[in-house]
Ligand binder design. Structure first.
Ligand code: DX5
Ligand code: ZN
Length: 230
């Protein structure tokens, strides 16, 4: 927590016919991660991309891949994503009980990757309590997962503050990522509460100049961050 904020552009908003070009643009903008939204048509209605895309991304960028699994039964498919080269793998707390979540986190760590756990906007943050000191990242959804281009759900910044407080109480310091509706208007609210990784779909990959849009959001995010010694 409270490291400089990193921006994680979501390639869900990229032009899939020119994906390598779009990756180059966000690399140039200084992306901290490349956020890959994997949707299975079950956990969420939408169906997006999976293992073959991740493998090919590894060949065109050195930016770490932040893979957001919006899938049921992640344990079944986890090895594929780890083999494909995911650097951070985030699963949803809603698809696993406490024991399964711990197993999943261990499985990700055993493969040498970082583990994240995500909560939908209506999920009680209590589900994070047993794993907050085991994960490398907590992903707070600020829209209902499923689609890019949705509006930020007000109050998500309060959930970030609660996660920060929970982490402190457990002497843990996972990265805190916020995903959904992030742009120049909304990023300051969540960074002021301690968010340190910001996913941007439309606001970066959908912008006319993605590198410039990324830099502007990053600037606002860092200005809003609490002091490093807070
Ligand atoms: C939504 C995805 C997000 C989405 C973000 O389910 O997890 O990563 O692509 O897109 P924007 O930033 O446009 O809300
Ligand atoms: Zn996402």
């Amino acid at each position: 927590m409270f490291e400089p904020v990193k921006i994680a552009p979501s390639i869900l908003s990229a032009d899939f016919m020119h994906l390598a070009r779009d990756i180059e643009r966000i690399d140039k903008g200084g992306a901290g991660f490349i956020h890959v939204d994997v949707m299975d048509g079950h956990f969420v209605n939408n169906l997006t991309m999976g293992v073959p895309v991740i493998k090919q991304l590894k060949g065109v960028t050195d930016v770490p891949l932040d893979v957001h699994l919006m899938i049921e039964n992640p344990q079944k498919q986890l090895p594929w994503y780890l083999d494909a080269g995911a650097d951070i793998v985030t699963v949803h707390a809603e698809v696993a009980d406490e024991d399964q979540l711990v197993e999943i986190i261990d499985q990700i760590h055993a493969a040498g990757a970082k583990a994240g756990v995500s909560v939908k906007p209506s999920t009680s943050l209590e589900v994070l309590e047993p794993v907050i000191d085991k994960v490398d990242m907590v992903l707070v959804m600020s829209v209902e997962p499923g689609f890019s281009g949705q509006s930020y759900i007000e109050g998500s910044d309060d959930r970030v503050a609660s996660v920060v407080a929970m982490a402190k109480a457990h002497n843990a310091s996972p990265l805190i990522e916020v995903d959904g509706g992030m742009n120049t208007q909304t990023v300051g609210k969540v960074c002021a509460q301690g968010a340190d990784v910001i996913v941007c779909g439309n606001a970066v990959c959908g912008a006319p100049d993605p590198a410039c849009a990324l830099k502007e959001i990053e600037r606002i995010a860092n200005e809003a961050q609490p002091a490093l010694d807070a």
